[in-house]
Ligand binder design. Sequence first.
Ligand code: NAG
Ligand code: NAG
Ligand code: NAG
Ligand code: NAG
Ligand code: NAG
Length: 416
Amino acid sequence: MKTQSLIFISLVVIATVNACTDANASAGTGGTCFCNAGYYGTSTDVTSGGSCQKCPTGTTSAAATASGTTISSCSCIDTNAVLNSGNTACQCKANYYGTPTNSGASGCSACPTGSSSSAGSTAVSSCACNDTNAALNSGNNACQCKANFYGTPTSSGASGCSACPTGTASTAGSTAVTSCNCNDTNAVLNSGNTACQCKANFYGTPTNSGASGCTGCPTGTASTAGSTAVASCTCNDTNASLNSANTACQCKANFYGTPTNSGASGCTACPTGASSTAGSTASSACSCTDTNSAFNSGNTACQCKANFYGTPTTSGASGCTACPTGTTAAAGSTAMASCACPDANAALNTATPPVCACKANFYGTPTTSGASGCTACPSGQVAPAGSTTNVCKASSTSSSYILPIVSLLFSLVMLI
Ligand SMILES: *[C@@H]1O[C@H](CO)[C@@H](O)[C@H](O)[C@H]1NC(C)=O
Ligand SMILES: *[C@@H]1O[C@H](CO)[C@@H](O)[C@H](O)[C@H]1NC(C)=O
Ligand SMILES: *[C@@H]1O[C@H](CO)[C@@H](O)[C@H](O)[C@H]1NC(C)=O
Ligand SMILES: *[C@@H]1O[C@H](CO)[C@@H](O)[C@H](O)[C@H]1NC(C)=O
Ligand SMILES: *[C@@H]1O[C@H](CO)[C@@H](O)[C@H](O)[C@H]1NC(C)=O
């Protein structure tokens, strides 16, 4: 029994080793011949006309454990490679590039992060960035936004690279909108980074055509970014403004002089009450606004002309009133009382309109020239202002106070 068993086992072992006629197959479970490692197919021993085929160069397979294995059992030795479509050779798999090796380190490198390639790619240039608005950088080691885009590329979904605002351009690899430069060299992005505007000290509308649409402000003026008209260029001298041709600064109306660019104004205000047209350079250009006024002797202010009184105005009706008919006043008079009658012994009364009448303690009719028509009351006598006839009488200073007292005393004496 023991001997019989040993002989049977020995026969099985011998059969296992020797049973396959397909040189590239070995007997497996139940004595069936399966293809050896490195081969695929169905052994001749299992199927008439079959044979175990050698795996393609660069690939290998494990010893088969079943019949009918296919070439897919042959895998590339390079772990980053796969068989090409014709199953004739290994090629780098999708998202890798290079030349597969049959030993050691892989000859296939992974595409840079964010990029992908189809199987069979041999150069890194075949790795395309997943973000359609991105491309590999010059070192071919990362994706970056293309020229005229900015941001951070994404690996999937919506692009992380935004187009630069209209009229601006950026170099590849720009990450911020501030890298988008206006085509117009005299323009900058507005605060919202949505469009180009002329930079500070320029005005106009930026162009995208090369020639600048932004013009420099006239000498001595400055503007804030975004100015569109020359009127936005303001003179450094706060008392000056652009001339009508917008070519230079000139002193504003009511000033005279030469504007400066240094801070302190070169334009001096006309004297009080005087005005000048814009662009005046000399003090002589200042004239009194009130037609009934003129400069005082020091040319420091306007005052009412001779025979007028009041305070000159700088607009509207004149502040200087003509003296009543027949009277005169020196220039600079401020009150009607300054209007003098030609008769030295006369003065204006309170009538409407006032007229010249003899002063108090005079009587008569004032003259307009020559000797006075007002005669003085005799010494010690008085007459009210405006007296036309001799109504002079003794001063009432005594009669008004002493006489009643004397009369009272006299009456008392009489009663006794
Ligand atoms: C076994 O493989 C070798 C090498 O590929 C080949 O030359 C030979 O023909 C194969 N044998 C059979 C029986 O197919
Ligand atoms: C990049 O694109 C490829 C091809 O469309 C895709 O297979 C891969 O998943 C993408 N990568 C990521 C990170 O989404
Ligand atoms: C501006 O645009 C013009 C016309 O498209 C182009 O020739 C020029 O190179 C651009 N300039 C800049 C600085 O982009
Ligand atoms: C005017 O010019 C002076 C000197 O150049 C400068 O310091 C100052 O800031 C300017 N003022 C204005 C309002 O531009
Ligand atoms: C402009 O004129 C006004 C009025 O004379 C004056 O107060 C002001 O200081 C002047 N401005 C400058 C910058 O000197």
